[in-house]
Design a protein around this ligand. Structure first.
Ligand code: NAD
Length: 259
């Protein structure tokens, strides 16, 4: 087993990472930063997003597993007390693998992948965005922006926009409007829109200052953005699941259960 650990940089996460690294190597695993088959994220959901983006070129060949050292861990099945359990699972157990859809984002001759969502935002000026589905004009949006989330990302930014939580067994992407302008002469769909695998979602962006492109935790604020095309990628994000941790348990742990 070739592994690499991506850690948050706080003292606790670094200590846990060192402990796990030593135990895994002593157990016969090989640390390989360049081509690991397992990447362990130690920190929070932001650390998992960083880990995924660090290995995004190899996302089809890598499985991820997360241990959380902070408060909320949506992408993490293990806690601070589980270092030995995680080590034993990695060295000795056969996991099931949960696969999640990613969104492929194309702009300015670049292609990137998003695990949670992509968003176009402008917090300074009313942003106009024309939206097309498979080259058919849907609507012109005016407001702060548009968020396009994956099913597994639907509990992130999308949920704060009152977008639906989508079970990740569904291969869809969800458009939610961010602070849309509505009045008697102008309105938009305003409800979130859920789209399937055959949809190419295009945004034609009216030039303006202060436009941000957010792809998961990464923010780009210096781009000349005119057009963005998104669709569900053929590549998947894969998470190791040793303890049959279900999506329902993930939802309960993240949003419903008090300690
Ligand atoms: P971060 O890493 O601090 O994450 C922000 C919060 O979102 C954390 O509480 C994290 O646990 C949670 N989160 C991330 N992905 C999630 C998911 N799929 N389901 C449930 N909760 C999730 O912040 P960051 O690095 O700036 O952004 C990373 C992600 O955080 C973004 O992809 C976005 O989904 C989310 N986010 C949410 C809001 C919001 O809800 N208003 C704002 C900014 C970012």
């Amino acid at each position: 087993m070739k592994f690499y650990i991506v850690s948050k940089l706080d003292d606790v996460s670094v200590k846990i990472s060192n402990e796990l690294r030593t135990k895994l190597i002593n157990g016969g695993a090989i640390e390989d930063e360049v081509s690991p088959n397992i990447v362990v994220s130690i920190g929070g959901d932001g650390t998992m997003l960083r880990a995924v983006h660090e290995y995004i070129e190899k996302v089809d060949d890598v499985c991820f597993v997360g241990l959380h050292t902070g408060t909320l861990g949506f992408y993490t099945n293990y806690t601070l007390d589980d270092v030995d359990l995680l080590c034993d699972n990695l060295l000795n157990k056969n996991p099931s693998i949960d696969e999640y859809s990613l969104i492929e984002v194309r702009y300015n001759n670049k292609t990137q992948l998003a695990l949670n969502e992509i968003r176009v935002e402008n917090n300074y000026h009313t942003q106009e965005i024309d939206i097309y589905l498979n080259e058919q004009y849907l609507q012109t949006f005016k407001g702060n922006g548009i968020c396009l989330a994956t099913a597994i990302g639907s509990t992130g930014y999308n949920r704060s926009l009152k977008g639906p939580i989508i079970h990740p067994s569904l291969d869809v992407m969800i458009m939610s409007e961010i602070a849309a302008i509505h009045h008697r002469y102008f309105s938009t769909l305003s409800s979130p829109l859920v789209m399937g695998r055959n949809t190419i979602f295009k945004m034609v962006i009216k030039p303006s200052k202060h436009i941000l492109l957010g792809i998961d935790h990464e923010i780009y604020d210096d781009l000349e953005l005119t057009e963005i095309e998104c669709k569900l990628s053929d590549k998947k994000f894969k998470m190791l699941n040793y303890n049959e941790f279900s999506y329902v348990q993930r939802l309960r742990k993240a949003f419903l259960e008090k300690d």
